[in-house]
Design a protein around this ligand. Structure first.
Ligand SMILES: [Zn+2]
Length: 271
């Protein structure tokens, strides 16, 4: 019974936390249980570990190109993100992949530079990854996993014990929480489309052509048929996704053109 009370106390904690939810940059209601500073520290440690274990590119032209695009995007971000200390690294690998970690860490594999045909397409990748970081998707994903674990635990408690009515009600609320935020797959799709949208926003703010995002995904899809790049395992280049990117980019074209006349014209070249 003592263990059961412990579980119920955890449920109460989760229920308290769920009432203090927040909004993502696109206005979506989110539940994040972990302090951002803790996740940033975790992200920094993981990034250091990766940098120690995987070879970084020594191609200075490619590094300059990646930093040029990244700095243009970061320089156009809203505060406090513009002033944050972003760390964007180029890993020497044929993998067509990129990733983001909490604490403003972004890794790009040099293979990706072969698929992103110009600065605008590369900006689509970096902008997308920046979107994951700013929307704190890692925090939400971890919260969902904790919620699902808690729901399972409580499911067992209900099946094997005689709870009083109040405890059972509390447990059911927590189970409802688990059902609501559990399930990694549909959640990932939400994160992916949110990052797509944020990425295009950041591209336009920096003066990159938003139409290049759909071009990049078409390149990915074409390549995927032949060799199946790693990026596609977490970023399916579905026709739905490409269509959504095209529609959103079309909406932002006037803003992009306006920015260009105001001098937002990044000029990053891979040479
Ligand atoms: Zn993504």
């Amino acid at each position: 019974m003592k263990a059961l009370l412990g579980v119920v106390a955890m449920a109460a904690l989760a229920v308290n936390l769920v009432t203090s939810c927040s909004s993502s940059p696109t206005g979506r209601q989110t539940v994040k249980l972990f302090p951002s500073t803790e996740l940033a520290a975790l992200g920094a440690a993981s990034f250091n570990d990766l940098k120690a274990r995987q070879q970084l590119s020594d191609n200075s032209a490619d590094i300059r190109y990646l930093q040029c695009v990244s700095q243009a995007l970061i320089g156009a971000l809203p505060e406090p993100y513009r002033s944050a200390s972003w760390d964007v690294q180029l890993f020497a690998s044929d993998e067509v992949n990129a990733f983001a970690l909490p604490g403003e860490k972004i890794g790009v594999y040099s293979g990706l530079l072969e698929v992103a045909e110009n600065q605008h397409q590369l900006a689509a990748v970096i902008g997308h990854e920046i979107g994951h970081v700013i929307a704190e998707h890692a925090n939400e994903r971890m919260t969902a996993q904790v919620g699902a674990g808690l729901a399972l635990q409580l499911g067992g408690a209900i099946a094997y014990s005689e709870m009083d009515d109040n405890s059972a009600a509390l447990a059911m609320m927590a189970l409802g929480l688990g059902v609501q935020i559990g399930g990694v797959l549909p959640f990932s799709r939400i994160h992916e489309s949110e990052s797509d949208q944020l990425g295009v926003d950041y591209m336009v703010a920096a003066g990159f052509d938003p139409g290049a995002a759909a071009d990049l995904w078409r390149n990915m899809a074409a390549l995927g048929k032949a060799s199946g790049p790693q990026w596609l395992s977490t970023h399916p280049a579905s026709s739905t996704r490409i269509k959504a990117l095209e529609n959103y980019a079309a909406q932002l074209q006037p803003l992009y053109q306006q920015g260009r006349t105001q001098g937002k014209q990044p000029d990053c070249k891979r040479s």
